[in-house]
Design a protein around this ligand. Structure first.
Ligand SMILES: Cc1ncc(COP(=O)(O)O)c(C=O)c1O
Length: 372
């Protein structure tokens, strides 16, 4: 059993990515140009919608929020159990992230709790597709429609996931996806915003280049804009040709990555169901970024320790944001009893396309041995 140096998650890089980056380096145009344009076109075909590329998933969330006009005094509903980037992106606009509970079966945003937290200042809802699973996404859209909210989906864990047969990102309001080094596909670091809203789309394209009007078009022609105007706050958030070259090679490999992630998750699901609590999801639709289990009865740390002794790294996604110093003083965030219970049970098990079926079976054997 090859467990030496087993990783919780990792980038899977081959000669294709190395050749693609080398090609960009040889052309000596490293910044944002034709490679980014081509990657946007290819992703546009993948999602059948407009895609704007940026340098991180956090930048994607920030620009999406800014693009729909979120500002100081506004509130955005978001689950506390998510990466801190969601909370930071909301805070960066001046708005307040309002921490909500998660549903017990899916660990996605609990709409009943969200409803209790609505105020006249609530402008948007940010469902997080936790571990690749989207929960009852249709109900999120019903909720948003009923309460006149914009929806920014954080699909960072869910590149390639479908909901009722439809690809996440190919429908809905605005969808943001991270492509950091360990995601379902990577561009080194990177992020994308997918939307059909032309106003938001144009704003985002300018805002990623410091607000410089129509600079995207110039850079795609290999030019710079000199006599420009700036209408609103922008950031240096654009993607580079080097990143796009990695991302394009990864997109070509995605069918293989997808199959492998699903295969491994299905083994975990089959072997561990009944033994630990699992997220209720269908791996014929979900492409999981992480595999999370819940160990109840105060045995979580023991399981983690035994796995560590056997050379198996584990993680914990996530420390709830309402417990973090920066956000715990926000009176809207109060206590979230269910999230705090779930937090004490969470273990993330290794999952990436470099693992084998034997690796997963070995991990399951250990968990079985400890818990039975
Ligand atoms: C749920 C979630 N949202 C947002 C992000 C932010 O993405 P990035 O690291 O590319 O900024 C991540 C990254 O791990 C994430 O897991």
């Amino acid at each position: 059993m090859e467990i030496e140096n087993m990783k919780l998650s990792k980038s899977i890089i081959g000669q294709e990515e190395i050749d693609a980056v080398t090609d960009v380096l040889k052309r000596e145009y490293l910044g944002m140009g034709q490679d980014v344009m081509k990657f946007e076109e290819e992703l546009g075909c993948f999602f059948k919608r407009n895609v704007t590329l940026v340098n991180t998933g956090t930048a994607a969330l920030h620009l999406a929020l800014q693009g729909i006009g979120i500002e100081l005094g506004d509130e955005v509903l978001v689950q506390s159990l998510t990466y801190v980037s969601c909370f930071q992106a909301i805070k960066a606009t001046g708005a307040t992230p309002v921490a909500c509970e998660v549903c017990d079966d899916s660990l996605t945003l609990d709409l009943k709790d969200a409803e209790l937290k609505l105020t006249p200042r609530t402008k948007a809802i940010m469902p997080v597709h936790y571990a690749g699973n989207v929960g009852e996404l249709d109900k999120v859209y019903d909720f948003a429609k009923k309460h006149h909210l914009r929806v920014i989906e954080d699909a960072s864990h869910a590149f390639g996931t479908t909901f009722q047969g439809r690809l996440i990102g190919s429908f809905g309001d605005i969808c943001c996806i991270s492509m950091d080094g360990i995601k379902n596909i990577t561009s080194g670091e990177g992020g994308m915003i997918i939307t059909d809203d032309p106003v938001v789309g144009q704003k985002i394209k300018d805002a990623r280049l410091l607000g410089v009007e129509n600079d995207t078009e110039s850079r795609y022609k290999g030019q710079r804009t000199w006599l420009f105007d700036v209408h609103y706050q922008g950031w240096r958030y654009h993607m580079s040709n080097i990143m796009a070259a990695i991302g394009r090679a990864q997109l070509n490999k995605f069918p293989t990555f997808k199959d492998k992630r699903r295969l491994l998750a299905k083994i975990y699901q089959k072997r561990l169901s009944g033994l630990v609590k699992l997220i209720d999801c269908n791996y014929d639709e979900v492409v999981p970024h992480i595999f999370v289990i819940r160990v109840e009865g105060g045995k979580r740390d023991m399981v983690k320790e035994v796995l560590a002794k056997e050379g198996i790294p584990t993680g914990m996604h996530y420390r709830p944001n309402h417990l973090l110093t920066l956000f715990c003083n926000n009176q809207d965030n109060g206590t979230l009893k269910h999230t705090e219970k779930v937090y004490k049970e969470l273990i993330t098990l290794p999952l990436h396309p470099g693992l084998t079926e034997n690796n997963i079976n070995f991990i399951c054997d250990i968990i079985k041995r400890v818990l039975e």
